[in-house]
Design a protein around this ligand. Sequence first.
Ligand code: 5GP
Ligand code: MG
Length: 462
Amino acid sequence: MCGIFGIFDHDEAANLTYLGLSSLQHRGQEATGIACINNDGTKMEVVKRGGLVAEGFGKEEIRRLKGKKAVGHVRYSTTGASIVRNAQPLYVNYRHGDLALVHNGNLLQSAKWRTTLEDKGAIFQSVSDTEILIHLMSRSDAKTLKDRVVDALSRVRGAYSLLFLGETGMVAARDPWGYRPLVIGKIDNSWVFSSETCAFSLINAQFVRSVEPGEVVLVNENGLQSFFPFKEHKNKAKCIFEHVYFARPDTNMFGHSVYKTRVRSGRILAREHSCEADLVIPVPDSGIAAAIGYAEKSKIPFAMGLIRSHYVGRTFIEPSQSIRSFGVKLKLSPVKDLLEGKRVVVVDDSLVRGTTSRKIMDMIREAGAKEIHLRIACPPVTHSCFYGIDTPTREELLASSKNNREIANFVHADTLGYLSKAGLLDSMGDKNPESIYCTACFDGNYPQSPSADLATNMPPSV
Ligand code: 5GP
Ligand code: MG
C-alpha cells in the first residue's frame, strides 16, 4: 500500500505536497519522495528519502524543490528491496523531456512484463512494477503526455491510482475496477490530488470529487479535462480493506466516512457475536471505531484498556535479554487497574498472521483479565492480495489453514468471532455492495485473475 499526492500550479507546491504526504503517512512509512518541475518546464528536481516524511524533508529539501507543480509518494514496506532505489516518484528524462510518476496499487504479471521489455533492451532501474509504465510510455508513438499514459495503461492489467508529472501537465489515472482510491480537490485556484481526503483537510483544500474508476484526468494551463479511454466494467472492485484497516478514519473514501463504516461494522459484529462481558476494549488505533460500535450495540461499557505510545520509532533499541513480547509492549501497554478480574471483549479490525494478536492477548491476560473474547471487525483473511496490499503468502495467513477454534487457541483468546462478509458489506451502506467492492482477501474471488495470460500488447515501436 502507498499514498500519493499531487498539486498543479501553486506557489507552495513542494511545501503543500510535504504536508499532504504527512497526512498520508499511515499509508506507508518505508520511504518518501517529492518531484517538482520548475515553472518553464525545463528542470525537474526529485528528492527521495528512506523513512518518514518529517524525517526525510527539512527546509533545505523543500527549498531545492522549486516550481509550482509537484507529485509525491509515501511507500509501504515491502521485503528485501533496496529502500531508496525503489522509492517514488520514479523519474526519467526521456525523449519527451522530464517525467515523474507515483503509483498506488500493483500491476499484474509485472515479472513477465519486465522480462519481455528487458528482452527488447529495456534497462530497469528499480524492482518496482511501476517502472514498466515508464518503459511503455517511452516506446509509445502517441503525441501527447495524456495519450502516452493511455497507451501504456491500455497494455497492462492490475490495480493503479497514478499521478504523472511531465513538462506539459499532470495526468491522474485510476484503473477501470477502481481498486485504489484517488480524489481531486482544489486549493486557491490550484488542483490537488490525493489518495485520501484527510490530506485535503490539513491543507484546507476543498474536496471536489473522486477520480472515477477508468478515468484519466489531464490538468494543464487549460484547466482540467476528463477522459474515459478504457473498456468499462459493469462491476467495480474498490478495496474494502481500505475501509477495514488502511484509510484514516477522518477520510471519506468511496463516498463513505471511514469512521462511520467502522462504527457500523462494530455494531453488526456485536449483533453477530454477542457475549457476556464487563468491558469492550479496542486494540488501538485500528480497532477503536469498531469497538465504539460494538460497545454501543452491546451496551457493554467501552474502555481504553490498552494505551498506545505514539513515540516509538522503528529504530528503537530492544534489550539484549529477552523480555516477553517486548516489541508489542513498546507500542501498547495494558491498563492493569482497569483489566484486573474483568471479562473483556477485545475488538480489532483484522487478524492477519495472528502473531501480534497473540502477544496482545497474553499482555491483557497478564494484566489480570479473567476472560478474553476477541472480536474481529472483518471476515477471516484467507487469500493474498494482488492489487496493492502487501499481504503475506497464503501459508502465512492464519485463517487460510485454521478453523475458528484453532485460531482462538493460536492467539490465546477464550472465544473468537469474526464479522461475516455480509456484515462487512452491509456496514458500507450501499445497494448491491457485491458489485462495488473487492473482497478477494476474504473469499478468493479475484476480479482479475492474477495468473491469466499476459495480454501482451507490445507497442509497435518495440
Ligand atoms: P496479526 O494478525 O498479523 O498479528 O496483526 C493484526 C493487526 O495488524 C491488526 O490489528 C491490523 O490493524 C494490523 N494490520 C492489518 N493489515 C495490515 C497490513 O497490511 N500491514 C500492517 N502493518 N498491519 C496490518
Ligand atoms: Mg491494528
